[in-house]
Write a protein that binds this ligand. Structure first.
Ligand code: GDP
Length: 197
């Protein structure tokens, strides 16, 4: 897919104010600092679209970006920011879980995982929750340029193994880098394929 237009539509703190659920949505989510904004900008081909390197955990916003006047990238707040208060974490959890569980136009959750790290409990738990809810998701490993491909492959294998403790089949995964554009065509082709179904 070629991205011809990418447009910021709205930021929301309330589920009730989201755009009408008439266009396909792909939700991007992961731990704070995973590289979510950089990945969104890389896919959209627009540098300042999503704001990178914001104070992690600060604002709990759902951002909608309209691509090719046809489908949305939905930028969800990052989770697992260690310094966030308990009540903030609870608010985050309720807000995001409600969106993910109830949004009719949501096609797939793109779960971002830092490819430099061994499996993190919070990411595995989040995947398990998606599985329990029957939501379709894929894994998007980020920052592939930051270490050797051997290390990356080891981390991906460990993550997939950890998921196999609860899932019969591990979902599809992509390897990406906002720096080198790795994964750009593959992720967009995947979305395009779902949009055409
Ligand atoms: P977010 O908090 O998940 O939105 O993460 P950001 O997109 O703001 O990225 C966090 C930091 O990681 C920033 O300093 C980015 O420049 C850096 N970063 C993000 N993606 C990549 C990548 O693919 N390669 C490299 N080398 N750095 C990245």
């Amino acid at each position: 897919m070629i991205v011809k237009s990418a447009e910021f539509i709205c930021s929301n703190t309330q589920i009730s104010k989201l755009p009408p659920p008439v266009k396909a949505e792909y939700a991007f989510i992961g731990r704070s600092n995973v590289g979510k904004s950089s990945l969104i900008n890389m896919l959209a081909g627009k540098k300042g679209l999503a704001k990178t390197s914001q104070t992690p955990g600060k604002t709990q916003l759902i951002n909608h970006f309209l691509i090719n006047d046809n489908w949305y990238i939905v930028d969800l707040p990052g989770y697992g920011y260690a310094r966030a208060s308990k009540s903030k974490k609870a608010d985050w959890s309720k807000f995001i879980h409600t969106y993910l569980d109830k949004r009719e136009s949501l096609q797939c959750v793109m779960v971002l995982i830092d490819s430099r790290l061994e499996p993190q409990k919070i990411d595995i738990e989040f995947c398990n929750w998606l599985g329990e809810k029957g939501l379709s998701f894929v894994l998007v490993f980020t920052k592939a340029d930051k270490q050797s491909s051997i290390k990356t492959d080891q981390n991906i294998a460990k993550f997939r193994k950890a998921l196999l403790e609860t899932f019969e089949e591990v979902p599809k995964h992509f390897l990406t880098s906002a720096e080198t554009q790795l994964g750009h065509d593959e992720v967009l082709a995947f979305i395009s394929q779902i949009n055409q179904q």
